[in-house]
Write a protein that binds this ligand. Structure first.
Ligand SMILES: [Zn+2]
Length: 467
C-alpha cells in the first residue's frame, strides 16, 4: 500500500476530457505550467485552494449572497453533495465546514476498495458517483449509478481533477462550458485563462447580462485566434449541467483544419486584412457576423464559404458594381477551400483560369446583363451547361480576345463543374473567381440597376445548403 499511497499525489493526464481540463486547472491554481510537473506539495496546495473556496460558503445563507459563488455553482456541478444538502439551512457554519472537509479529504488508505482507477489504472481511493463525476466525464456520458452498483472507482488525483474542472470552465446560464483539446500545448493556456476568469467571477456578485448569440462558440473562436502556435488537434466544446433539475450535455468539435485556418487569419498578414469582412459576411439581422462564423466553424464549415459568396452578390446587387472587397478576400477564400474544404489546388487553378476567360467574355460588355445572365445560370435551377454551350460558339467565333485559348470550357473544367462530387462547391467558387477576375480587369458596368436587383435573389439561392 505504501507505493500506491505515494502515487496518490501525482496528477496524470488521462483519456477523459474533463479530467484533463481539471488537471490543467489544478496546475493553474498553483501557477504550474503543466499538471504532470506538479509536486506532491503543489498538488496538495491546489486541492487546499479549492477546499478553501468551498469553505467560504459555510458562512453564506444563499448562493446570491457575497461569497456564494461556489454554493451557486454546486447546484449545477455537485448536486446532493455535502456542501448543499437539503438540510443546509438548519446547519451551523461549523457543521457545514466539517462536511465540506470530509467530502474533499483523501479517504483513509485502509478503506480503499482495492480496485484500479478507471481513468489511470492506479489504485482507486473510493467508489464515486454522480456527486463527484459530472455528466460528460464518464466514458458513456452517463453518470448515474445503477442500484446495487458501487459507482466508478477513481484515484484521488483523478477525482481532484474532476473537482477542479469547473475552474477551467465558463459557468453561466446554469451551464458549464468547457473548452478541451488533445493538443496539450493549446489546452494549457486556454485553461489558464479560464481559471483566471473563474477566480475573478467568484469575487464579484453575479451580473445578469443579456445573452449573446453563440457566446460559447465565439469564446472558442477567440481562444483559437489568440493562440500563438499551430493548433494540432480539433477543439471540443462541452456544455453541461449536472443539476438535479436538468441533466444536459452537448458536445461539439471544431475540426483541426478550420481551427488552424482561423488562427492563420491572425498569424498571416495576407489573411488578416480580409478577416473582418469574412466575419461580417456571416451575420444576419439577429446574429452578429463573428458569432455566426464561430457557430459555422463547428457545425458547417462549408457554409462559411457559401455565405461569403452570397454576401458579395448581395453587394453587387446593392451597389450596382462588383465590390472591391473581393480582392482582399482572395487569400482567405482560396486558402479556405484548400486547407479546410479539401479542394485540390490544381482544380482551383483551373477554376481561376476559366474565370479569367469568362471575365474576358463578360467584361466586353459594359451593360450588366451578360454578367447577370451568368450569375442566373450559376444559381440553383439555372442552366449553366446550356449557358456554356451557347457562349462557347460565340467565344470561338468572335468574342475571344487575342492570346486566350480557343476552347472556353475544356473537358477537365466541364468535369469539375458538372461531373464531380464537389461540383456545386466548384460552381460557387467559379462565381467568386469571376468576380475576382472582373475586379482585376477593372470592369465597371453601366446601365439599368434593376438588372442587378435580381442578383440578390441569386445570392439567396447560392446561400442555401445544396450539395
Ligand atoms: Zn486515476
Amino acid at each position: 500500500m505504501t507505493d500506491a499511497f505515494e502515487q496518490q499525489d501525482r496528477v496524470l493526464l488521462t483519456a477523459s476530457p474533463l479530467q484533463r481540463v481539471g488537471a490543467f486547472a489544478l496546475a493553474a491554481l498553483v501557477r504550474v505550467p503543466h499538471p504532470e510537473q506538479l509536486t506532491a506539495e503543489q498538488f496538495a496546495a491546489a486541492v487546499a485552494v479549492m477546499t478553501r473556496h468551498l469553505l467560504v460558503t459555510a458562512d453564506v445563507a444563499k448562493a446570491a449572497d457575497p461569497g456564494g459563488f461556489w454554493l451557486g455553482a454546486s447546484y449545477l456541478l455537485w448536486p446532493n453533495s455535502k456542501m448543499n444538502p437539503t438540510a443546509r439551512g438548519k446547519q451551523s457554519p461549523d457543521e457545514r465546514r466539517e462536511l465540506i472537509m470530509q467530502w474533499r479529504a483523501m479517504p483513509d488508505p485502509a478503506s480503499w476498495p482495492g480496485v484500479p482507477c478507471v481513468y489511470c489504472d492506479r489504485p482507486a481511493c473510493k467508489w464515486f458517483g454522480k456527486v463527484d463525476i459530472p455528466l460528460g466525464a464518464s466514458s458513456e456520458h452517463r453518470n448515474t449509478t445503477a442500484p446495487g452498483h458501487e459507482g466508478t472507482a477513481l484515484c484521488y488525483p483523478c477525482v481532484a481533477s474532476l473537482w477542479a474542472f469547473p475552474y477551467g470552465a465558463a459557468l453561466s446560464g446554469g451551464r458549464a462550458a468547457v473548452i478541451h483539446s488533445w493538443d496539450d500545448s493549446f489546452l494549457a493556456p486556454v485553461t489558464q485563462v479560464a481559471v483566471q476568469r473563474t477566480l475573478a467571477a467568484a469575487q464579484v456578485p453575479p451580473v445578469k447580462s443579456k445573452p449573446v448569440s453563440y457566446a460559447r462558440e465565439l469564446a472558442v473562436l477567440g481562444a483559437v485566434r489568440a493562440y500563438g502556435q499551430r493548433v494540432c488537434s480539433g477543439v471540443e466544446l462541452f456544455v453541461l449541467s449536472n443539476s438535479n433539475k436538468e441533466q444536459f450535455l452537448q458536445c461539439q468539435e471544431m475540426g483541426q483544419p478550420v481551427a488552424e485556418w482561423l488562427r492563420s487569419t491572425v498569424s498571416r498578414t495576407d489573411r488578416r486584412a480580409g478577416y473582418r469582412i469574412l466575419a461580417a459576411a456571416q451575420g444576419t439581422r439577429t446574429v452578429p457576423g463573428e458569432a455566426f462564423l464561430a457557430k459555422r466553424a463547428f457545425g458547417d464549415p462549408a457554409a462559411i464559404l457559401h455565405r461569403v459568396i452570397a454576401y458579395l452578390l448581395d453587394q453587387v446587387s446593392a451597389r450596382g458594381a462588383v465590390p472591391v472587397e473581393v480582392t482582399v478576400l482572395v487569400p482567405l477564400v482560396y486558402s479556405y477551400c484548400i486547407e479546410v474544404l479539401n479542394m485540390d489546388e490544381k482544380d482551383i487553378a483551373r477554376i481561376r483560369d476559366l474565370a479569367r476567360r469568362l471575365a474576358a467574355l463578360l467584361g466586353q460588355d459594359s451593360r450588366p446583363g451578360p454578367f447577370g445572365g451568368f450569375m442566373r445560370a450559376s444559381a440553383k435551377g439555372g442552366d449553366l451547361y446550356g449557358w456554356f454551350r451557347s457562349r462557347s460558339v460565340d467565344w470561338l467565333l468572335k468574342s475571344r480576345p487575342a492570346g486566350m485559348p480557343r476552347v472556353l470550357l475544356p473537358v477537365q473544367d466541364y468535369r469539375l463543374l458538372f461531373d464531380d462530387d464537389s461540383a456545386w462547391s466548384h460552381r460557387r467558387l467559379l462565381v467568386f473567381a469571376v468576380m475576382e477576375a472582373l475586379v482585376e480587369a477593372g470592369w465597371e458596368p453601366k446601365g439599368a440597376t434593376e438588372e442587378f436587383e435580381e442578383i440578390a435573389e441569386i445570392a439567396a439561392d447560392l446561400d442555401k445548403n445544396e450539395s
